[in-house]
Design a protein around this ligand. Sequence first.
Ligand code: KG4
Ligand code: ZN
Length: 345
Amino acid sequence: MNDVLILAIESSCDETAAAVVRSGREVLSNVISSQIAIHTQYGGVVPELASRKHIEKINPVIEEALEEAGVTLADITAVAVTYGPGLVGALLVGVAEAKAIAYARGLPLVGVHHIEGHVCANLIEHPDLAPPFLCLIVSGGHTHLAMMKDYGTFEILGRTRDDAAGEAFDKVARAIGLGYPGGPKIEKAAREGNPHAIEFPRGRVEGSPFDFSFSGMKSAVLNYLNQAKMTGQEICVEDVAASFQQAVIDVLTDRAVGAAKELKQDKLVIAGGVASNGALRQALADACQKEGIAFYYPSPIYCTDNAAMIGVAGYYHYQKGRQDGWDLNAVPGLKLGEQVRDPRI
Ligand code: KG4
Ligand code: ZN
C-alpha cells in the first residue's frame, strides 16, 4: 500500500494543533500553538477565549504543519480531527476546519476520540507496541484504567469517582499559590520538597479495586492549609507540593500495577498530560521493573495535547474503513470507546 498521509487537527481545550503523520507511526510534523499565557491571567481555561484563539490560529498552524512536513494538501490521504470530549466551542473550530478541508479536497474525514489519541501517542515512539495492552490514562479531565483491546476498542476497568488526577494537581496548585497550569508547577516545586513531610490520604473506593478518588486528597490539602493559617503555622509550599504529588503517585502506581498483576498483563502504558510527570514515570518504571512488566510512556511533548496522537489514532480508523459524514459534530461529553457515527457509513 502507498504511504497514507493523515493531516490531523486538535483543538479540544487550550492548544491549537496540527500534524502530518505517515502510515500511522511516523510524525512528519507536529505544530502546537499554546494558549497557556492567555489563560494563566485568569487562573484556568476560559472557554470563550479558547474558541476565539483557535479560530485565529487554526489556519496558520495547519499551514505550518504542511510546510514542516514538506507536503501540500494534494499529498494528504485523509483528515483526522478530535471531535470529543472537550470544550464544545473549542472542538467545533477543529471539526468545522477538518470538514471544510476534507470536503474541498474530496478527502475522507475521520473523527477521533481525544483520549484514544492520548493512548495512541505511545505508538509513535514504540514501533513494537500494539494492542491489546493495559493503559493508565491521566489527563486534566480523565483518570481511567482501561484495556485497549484493539485499535479503537477499549474496555474501561476503572475510573475516577470525582476529580481527575490532572484536575487535582491544578486545584492544589491554585490553593498553594502556584497558579495555572498546576501539574508542571507542582512537579517543579516538589523537587525542592520532602515527599514524606505531610501524610495525605491515599483514597480507595470501597468494593471497586480499579477506581480512583482524588477529592479526599485534595480536601486534605485544603484542610491542612486552613489549619496552618488558623494556627499561624508557616507553610512550606515545596513540602506540600511534594507530599501531595507523592500521594497521587502512590495511588496511581498501586492501582495500575495492581491491575496489571491481577489481570496478568505484561505491558503497562501511560497517557495524558499527567503522564509527563517525571516522578510518576520513575515510580511506575520502578514498580513495573520489579514485577517484570514492560512499561511504556510517550515523550513529554506527546503526553500533553498535540495533533500527532490524533493522526496516529485516525490512521487506524482509516485503515479499518471507518470514516465520518459531513454531519460529524463536536461531542463534548464523548465517552471512551463510544462511536457517534452516521450508521449509513
Ligand atoms: O492531557 P492534557 O494535556 O489535557 C487534557 O486532555 O486534559 O492534560 C492536562 C493536565 C492538566 O491538568 C495539567 O496540570 C496536567 O495534565 N499536567 C501535569 C504535568 N503536566 C501536565 N500533571 C502533573 N505533572 C506534570 N508535569
Ligand atoms: Zn488531552
